[in-house]
Write a protein that binds this ligand. Structure first.
Ligand code: MG
Length: 226
């Protein structure tokens, strides 16, 4: 079930700071360069190292899961995947598909005087390229995204990136709200003491995001605009 419009608007009206997850609420980063292709390319990059990859990694389609594995497999593996993924995400950002009405919502909240941030497990460079490409950079006060050689353990659901945005903008956590399409967004927000609105962009996500503890759930970014 989606939340009542009045509930969503109450949460937003009480927020001085609005944080957006990147892949989902803002764009589909892997629309033009599919995530399974990125994952397979990362395995190709690892081939010269002649590793005995765990079975789950040989079929993994989520590039971030390969990054997590690489971080545990030694500095050379970590560096190979980190550099490879960073380049592929940049390439993906150039063919990412905008989420319907996301730019309108972002521009609305920026014009309303709220301070905005992007909080993303994707690389900071990819986020920057996309927001520049879509002329949205000026709406955001801060990007808290995966840095070079960021420990993957500090990505969401860990609260690190969210808390980094709260602290970087000198905000009160209770006056911040994170809009995210994954359970890990909702979990990270809760750990950071920040409210959350789930963006259910696929069937079946509404109940999962609500069960994870989202303060409200919407199925379209347009529902965020009063
Ligand atoms: Mg997402």
């Amino acid at each position: 079930m989606t939340s009542r419009t009045s509930d969503v608007q109450k949460i937003l009206s009480e927020a001085t700071h609005i944080f957006f997850d990147f892949d989902g609420p803002i764009c589909d980063i892997f629309a033009g360069l599919p995530a399974p292709t990125v994952a397979a390319t990362l395995r190709d990059y690892l081939a010269p190292l002649r590793l005995d990859l765990p079975g789950s990694i040989t079929t993994e389609t989520d590039p971030l899961e390969i990054l997590r594995y690489a971080a545990s497999a030694g500095p050379l593996v970590a560096a190979t995947v980190e550099a490879g993924l960073r380049g592929l995400e940049l390439q993906a950002a150039l063919s990412a598909a905008p989420t319907p009405d996301a730019a309108e919502a972002i521009r609305h909240f920026h014009a309303s005087g709220r301070r905005l941030a992007i909080v993303s497990n994707n690389s900071d460079a990819a986020v920057k390229v996309y927001t520049d490409r879509c002329a949205l950079s000026g709406c955001f006060d801060l990007i808290s995204a995966r840095a070079v050689f960021q420990d993957p353990a500090l990505l969401k659901p860990h609260p690190h990136l969210i808390t980094q945005a709260v602290d970087g903008l000198d905000a009160a956590p209770a006056r911040c709200v994170l809009i995210g399409d994954s359970i890990t967004d909702i979990q990270g927000a809760q750990k950071a003491g920040v409210r959350s609105i789930g963006y259910a962009n696929k069937p079946g996500k509404q109940d999962a995001l609500a069960a994870a503890g989202a303060d409200a759930v919407v199925t379209a970014m347009a529902q965020l605009i009063p």
